[in-house]
Design a protein. Sequence first.
Length: 396
Amino acid sequence: MQILRDLTQRVLVLAVFVAVAASVGPAVGETVLKVVPQADLKLIDPFFTTANITSNHGYMIYDNLFSLDEKLDPKPQMVDTYALSSDKLVWSFKLRDGLKFSDGTAVESKDAVASIQRWAARIPAGHAKEIVSTGPQTFEIRLREPFGPMLLALAAPENPLFVMREKEGLVDPNVQIAEAVGSGPFVFVKEEWAPGNKVVYKKNSAYLPRKEPASGFAGGKLAKVDRVEWLYIPEAATAVQALANGEVDMIEIPAADLLPVLAKNPNVELKVIDRIGAQAVMRPNALVPPFNNPKARQALLYLTGDQKDYLDAMVGDPKLEVPCWAASATGRRATKRPISRRPSDSSRRPAIKARKSSSSIRPTRRSPTPRPRSPPPISRKRGSMSICKRWTGRRC
């Protein structure tokens, strides 16, 4: 069996030290935000790996053509205007004026085209026949056939499309880039990068945020500190102690069993800024026995037990748990409220019969701990707590 999770729905628990970041910086007046990240940054090429920590790194230094807002709608980010031809085969885009990379060079359509092509080589999306630059700030995506979710594909936060310089965009997608230069809110300070210890970013003075307020991954990303340091502390208890002592300002994902300890500290504030949360899915391989039998998959549904058992093992805090049997996690537009119970017992009988007649069905319970992705420490609209786990062996 394969345990999958829907990473477009992420849990983000931030433990924020109450001291304002602007008061933490060095004597020279530089404001510094010290963050304990979810993992150690080992790779800096977000197209080369799907590691969430590398995607977080990408959001720090790059910008996107489109991004999802808090309602999961794609909104233009680097794009100024766009249009779809009447035959729905040509998407035309124009970049915003004044966009620059952190090295001072202007962002042009050739950079966007090269980035899309390198990204699409590893993350295929959309039946593109060709992607061409039609001017310094304009480009087109020409399709073989209509592809409705084009903007959603360009804005997807999982395996995101970041716009790199043409120089990096032309690098073989199976080879890592050597330089990380973007047009996002921060600049990667490579000379201070110490894998296994620290990653440093400084404010990008060339960054041009959108005028719209921040909403989800979209809108203006306002960098409110001069410098961000990711301090990797693999031991959860040590990270919590560092937060309590004021040695760090934020823990991206504190361990669930240590949340009660943090909650008792008057100098620590706990916040969940992702109102949707994370969704875990148990999916058997329906191509091989015994789960090529639909009745066996139905039996698995009941063998796994109550979702509450898994939530208690994975989280242990009822305030952060939402049993949900829906295909789309609670909080999405497709699911206005949780489907909090399994199918009726009348559908259970054939499943139980199949279970008894097949001695080869021995699924093992597993309790994975999702490693969600977080946006960079910039202004974000925060929402309410929500975790939704779905453990089903069949379509909901």
